[in-house]
Design a protein around this ligand. Structure first.
Ligand SMILES: [Zn+2]
Length: 281
């Protein structure tokens, strides 16, 4: 697979015989090189994650897929993944598919309205290929990965990104659920992961195990941070738990820290009292 070339927005990259990638022009701290849209097929085409509303990206997708586009699938409804579906559907008449429910946390593309709501295990028969929805809540409660069955290629959206760690933002984001959804991937027969941001990931199970270990290591840092003060506030814990990452990302890391604390509370190991967290003895 072509992959280690620098990711350039708008450039069509052929990843294998039937999968192409175009990256939206929305690079950033949360989006890496930008949101990946994947085009699958050679005749009747499916596209996964049309990305944000962007005239540039819309014309790039139309040029690459055009009228052959029949299906637009969204992994979840964060604003860098699904809003592009509306204009793309208007131009092509393609059917829009995704998980039905939209979380009410103010971080969603609230106007997302799939023509077909998918649930875990649902399949989409595209003639030459078939996609299967795998419900993977945690980053977002309505997150679906899509498995391209004959190639064992899993499109992971924001469940797994390449190059950075996924943010878990409570209340819709849930660390315990996220870990369960990572573990779920270990039960799938996979050849590679095609993430919503970054390059193709080979050895998918190794990567999933690495990510799970990374989260558990972070949880241990949360537990250790209480040695400096117990109870402690999120803001007191933040620089201790994330002393290995740039302060620039601390506002975002703070959300994942909150998700870790909620998990510890649910595990019966911590308790929250008006913004202060106490580790139980
Ligand atoms: Zn997301």
């Amino acid at each position: 697979m072509a992959q280690r070339e620098e990711i350039v927005p708008g450039k069509v990259v052929q990843l294998n015989e039937i999968v192409r990638r175009i990256t939206a022009p929305n690079p950033g701290m949360m989006t890496g090189p930008g949101t990946n849209s994947y085009i699958i097929g050679t005749d009747r085409l499916a596209l996964i994650d049309p990305g944000p509303e962007s005239a540039l990206h819309l014309s790039a997708m139309l040029e690459a897929a055009g009228k052959r586009l029949k299906w637009i699938l969204c992994t979840h409804t964060h604003p860098d993944h699904s809003p592009g579906a509306r204009a793309l559907k208007a131009e092509t008449g393609a059917q829009v598919l995704g998980f039905g429910a939209i979380p009410d946390d103010g971080r969603q593309d609230a106007a997302f309205a799939p023509d077909r709501a998918l649930r875990d295990g649902d399949t989409l028969d595209c003639g030459a290929f078939r996609l299967r929805a795998v419900h993977t809540p945690g980053h977002a409660s309505n997150h679906l990965c899509y498995l391209l069955e004959q190639q064992k290629l899993l499109f992971t959206g924001d469940h797994v990104m390449q190059g950075s760690t996924v943010v878990i933002s409570p209340p819709d984001g849930d660390m315990a659920v996220y870990l369960d959804s990572l573990e779920r991937l270990l039960a799938l027969d996979l050849a590679a992961l095609a993430p919503g941001h970054g390059h193709i990931i080979e050895k998918p199970h190794d990567e999933v195990r690495r990510l799970m270990a990374h989260r558990m290591k972070r949880e241990q840092k949360v537990l250790d941070a209480f040695q400096h003060g117990n109870p402690a506030t999120l803001d007191a814990l933040l620089p201790l738990v994330y002393d290995d990452v740039s302060q620039r990302v601390h506002p975002v890391a703070r959300r994942s820290l909150h998700a870790h604390l909620i998990k510890l509370a649910r595990d019966g190991r911590a308790v929250e009292n008006s913004g202060s967290w106490k580790l139980k003895a």
